[in-house]
Design a protein around this ligand. Structure first.
Ligand SMILES: CC(C)(COP(=O)(O)OP(=O)(O)OC[C@H]1O[C@@H](n2cnc3c(N)ncnc32)[C@H](O)[C@@H]1OP(=O)(O)O)[C@@H](O)C(=O)NCCC(=O)NCCS
Length: 206
């Protein structure tokens, strides 16, 4: 699966992309960047679910990752580590999976707001349709919550973003595709000061 653009291309991830993804994640998640072995496991376990955006020099400027889960096997408040097998996606359930679960979507900071994140999400939507799953679920880190965590609960923050009285760099981005908030997980991430570890759990029914 690949889509061509003048400035970048979105295609399935290969092992040759791993170094570029590690470097990208070190810039975006300095406290919890991906390791080589996690990414290698993602590519081996579910190659169809792993995507990169690369620029015209073949530099990785974005990535997205997902796995198949049986939704009933997990709680909405489960952590990212639990659902994703600590990023290895060893929890991938090809046989009984009824839900495509988003592990991550990220775009290099200088390349944001140019539609690359949108293309990565739309590519995941196309994959979900081609697999015939009933739902996409994703835990979206509340990227702007850490700076207001002493003023608002995570649930209040999410309700204000949903009501468009506040914007969140990650949650506002995902809501525009038609995802619905199903819950808030207050201990979703271990090492993410920007979100204070909090995430909104979103569903998109196909
Ligand atoms: C979320 C993210 C992937 C979006 O990538 P992107 O390439 O900037 O996305 P797009 O250019 O397709 O932007 C899509 C929309 O989101 C909006 N948007 C992008 N960044 C935004 C921000 N910081 N605050 C508010 N809205 C933002 C854009 O304005 C655009 O809206 P529009 O289509 O109505 O104009 C990117 O900001 C990112 O990598 N963030 C860090 C990692 C992260 O938190 N990922 C998500 C949780 S897993």
């Amino acid at each position: 699966m690949a889509s061509d653009y003048r400035e970048y291309e979105v295609r399935n991830t290969t092992v040759e992309d791993i170094t570029g993804i590690v470097e990208l994640s070190q810039a975006i998640y300095p406290h919890d960047a991906y390791r080589d072995d996690e990414l290698r496991s993602q590519i081996t376990t579910f190659p169809e679910g792993q995507f990169v955006a690369i620029d015209h020099r073949a530099k990785v400027i974005g990535m997205s990752s997902c796995l198949l889960i049986r939704a009933a096997a997990f709680e909405l408040t489960d952590t990212w580590n639990k659902v994703t097998g600590c990023g290895t996606i060893r929890t991938h359930d090809r046989q009984a999976g009824d839900t495509l679960y988003g592990v991550d979507t990220m775009v290099d900071s200088p390349r944001r707001c140019k539609g690359i994140g949108t293309e990565l999400v739309l590519t995941r939507l196309r994959l979900a349709r081609s697999l015939g799953v009933r739902m996409i679920r994703t835990g979206i880190r509340l990227a702007g919550y850490g700076s207001v965590s002493d003023l608002l609960t995570p649930s209040k923050y999410v309700s204000l973003v949903v009501a468009r009285r506040m914007t969140d760099p990650a949650l506002s981005f995902m809501l525009k595709f038609g995802f619905h908030v199903k819950g808030v997980s207050e201990n979703y991430l271990d090492n993410d000061p920007e979100s204070a570890g909090c995430a909104a759990i979103l569903d998109y029914e196909l």
